[in-house]
Design a protein around this ligand. Structure first.
Ligand code: CP
Length: 347
């Protein structure tokens, strides 16, 4: 793929507009290809994808594994509680064990921000001393980043606005409202990099305990470790504290899970009060146009972030579509990181 230079995928801050175009175009190719069951693509035949998940997951882990299988890769799954980590083996030695077994890609989820990046650095050092090359793909790390979710959300929105040509241009000038627990959300951070890169304007809406004012400046400086932003002109970020002010003018609304496992203080007075003020419902959505879609990365706290009937409304709610799009998007990412030649043309 022309212009693709990433050996690992840790976050979306370093993505150029060309990178977003590449992944969206490739995901669209996989999305419209009828690949399932015995009709697999041979693109990653002989490659091995290993998932190292130190935090629970339903969607990310399963769809990466399904994506890898649809590209004919071998798949290995690691479970920390039954591994030799409990005997004191380090994370790097655990990863190197899978590399010695042939892993070409490690999909890593960890509750601490920075673990996938540190592992990628250590594995690059091993490679420079004669080790095998291996790509690290961040499956979500602490509050930092969840790049494959950010990309599948971008893909879902682009397909909603331009089903035949879901490119970054489909997002340009759109207003996307993100409601909820922005503070604890690695998904929101990845979405902020992705959406603003494509020229979308983001409105964040939550109480101050879940959305510090500093988020308006989230993409204002060059990404960490870079002198310049790889994106010439980004969309804007605005904060509203009331849904009644955030929703009018929205082209799409994304709501985020309240991450109670990461809230160590009492940041909300009650879930009922949160739902009353920030929960989405069919009635609330009358504040925006009748075709404005609702997204949620999942898992959903039904009746908290959104009402059950809204979650179950396929006309309005794209949650199932996000899950479906996760597979071709993850196929695209695995392909970009692990395919060695022009196997896609052989498909
Ligand atoms: N959206 C997401 O990351 O879901 P899982 O935790 O189920 O992987």
């Amino acid at each position: 793929m022309s212009g693709w230079s990433h050996r690992h995928l840790i976050d979306l801050a370093a993505f150029s507009l060309e990178d977003f175009t590449t992944v969206l175009e490739l995901a669209q190719r996989f999305r419209v290809m009828p690949v399932s069951g015995s009709r697999k693509l041979p693109a990653l035949q002989g490659r091995q994808v290993t998932s190292l998940f130190f935090e629970p997951s339903t969607r990310t882990r399963s769809s990466f594994e399904l994506a890898a299988r649809r590209l004919s890769a071998d798949v290995q799954s690691f479970s920390p509680s039954s591994s030799s980590l409990s005997k004191g083996e380090s994370l790097l030695d655990t990863a190197l064990t899978y590399v010695a077994m042939g892993a070409d890609v490690l999909v890593v989820r960890h509750r601490c921000a920075g673990v996938p990046a540190a592992l990628a650095r250590d594995l690059d050092r091993e490679r420079r001393s004669g080790g095998r090359p291996v790509a690290v793909l961040n499956g979500g790390d602490g509050l930092h980043s969840h790049p494959s979710q950010g990309l599948l959300d971008l893909f879902t929105l682009a397909r909603h606005f331009a089903p035949e040509q879901p490119t970054p241009a489909a997002l340009s000038g759109r207003t996307i409202v993100i409601v909820g627990d922005v503070l604890h959300s690695r998904v929101a951070r990845s979405n902020l990099w992705a959406l603003t890169a494509c020229g979308a304007h983001v409105v964040l809406c939550a109480p101050p305990t879940l959305l510090p004012e500093a988020f308006t400046q989230f993409v204002a400086a060059p990404p960490p470790g870079q002198a310049l932003d790889p994106v010439a002109q980004r969309g804007t970020i605005r904060i509203e504290r009331q849904l009644e002010r955030a929703l009018p003018g929205a082209d799409a609304v994304m709501t985020l899970r309240l991450q109670r496992e990461r809230m160590h203080e009492h940041l909300l007075t009650s879930l009922e009060s949160y739902h009353r003020r920030f929960g989405l419902s069919q009635a609330r959505l009358k504040l925006c146009g009748p075709t404005v879609p609702v997204l949620h990365p999942g898992p959903v706290n039904r009746g908290v972030e959104m009402s059950g009937d809204l979650l179950d409304d396929p006309e309005r709610c794209l949650v199932a579509e996000q899950v479906r799009n996760g597979i071709p998007m993850r196929m695209a990412l695995l392909y970009l990181l692990a395919a060695r030649g022009d196997e896609l043309r052989e498909a």
